[in-house]
Write a protein that binds this ligand. Structure first.
Ligand SMILES: N[C@@H](CCC(=O)N[C@@H](CS)C(=O)NCC(=O)O)C(=O)O
Length: 217
């Protein structure tokens, strides 16, 4: 196998999850090497990744002699070498999918840093704060409008990179039992995404690991 994906600890690595999901959904073959990104071994392990990748972070995809780093680049590359089904061919629809990808990649909202991916796996979860629920509400209403206008099962009609990029975000919000009844399409979309074989494969391993406790939870 000439293609190697360096991912991170499965209950702590939301960016690696996105790249991994795209490769899996597109049936691209790869060998997976998990980098332990828990402290204190994180620093030494990522330093070693820095010897092969400029970003010194995961995910990194090695394909033959090429190094493709950053989840977004890997997602787009996966689509190019896979079935190509995760980006629409029409330029406007493709730009819409890419808008969602870029938005998530640029930080999305204040919610992600406050509600870490790691916290989705804590046995005792706190309630969401009012501000967090407000941020979640905004995302839910945007997703609801998108689902309504695409009349599809997924954000932009068929499953696309736009859906996959939001999976780790959904997981961190959904694990904290948000009030979501007002957005029925979003609720169904979340359930549909979480039930995907690829998502369940990653999550079942993630759930089996000892939780990575962060102090600022
Ligand atoms: N923009 C990068 C972010 C990657 C990232 O932050 N990865 C985490 C693990 S999920 C990591 O390796 N962090 C270590 C670091 O950047 O020092 C991407 O999308 O791939």
């Amino acid at each position: 196998m000439s293609r190697i994906l360096y991912t991170g600890t499965k209950n702590a690595s939301s960016w690696a999850f996105r790249a991994w999901l795209s490769l899996r959904e597109l049936d691209v073959e790869f060998e997976e090497r998990v980098v332990d990104i828990r402290t204190p071994q994180r620093f030494e392990n990522l330093q070693r990744i820095g010897e092969i990748s400029p970003s010194a972070s995961v995910p990194v995809l090695i394909d033959g002699n090429s190094v493709i780093f950053d989840s977004l680049a890997i997602m787009e590359y996966a689509n190019e070498i896979g079935t190509g089904s995760l980006l629409p061919s029409d330029p406007l629809s493709k730009a819409r999918v890419r808008s969602f990808l870029s938005w998530q990649h640029a930080g999305l909202s204040g919610l992600c840093p406050r509600l870490s991916f790691e916290s989705a796996f804590y046995p005792d979860k706190r309630d969401m704060t009012t501000d967090e629920q407000k941020d979640a509400d905004r995302l839910f209403s945007i997703w609801e409008n998108e689902l309504e206008s695409s009349s599809g099962s997924y954000l932009c009609g068929a499953l696309s990179l736009a859906d996959l990029v939001f999976v780790p975000t959904i997981i961190r919000i959904y694990a904290h039992s948000p009030q979501i009844a007002t957005w029925p399409l979003t609720q169904q979309w979340i359930k549909r995404l979480l039930a995907r074989e690829s998502v369940e494969e990653w999550m079942s391993t993630a759930r089996s690991l000892p939780p990575v406790i962060l102090e600022d939870y």
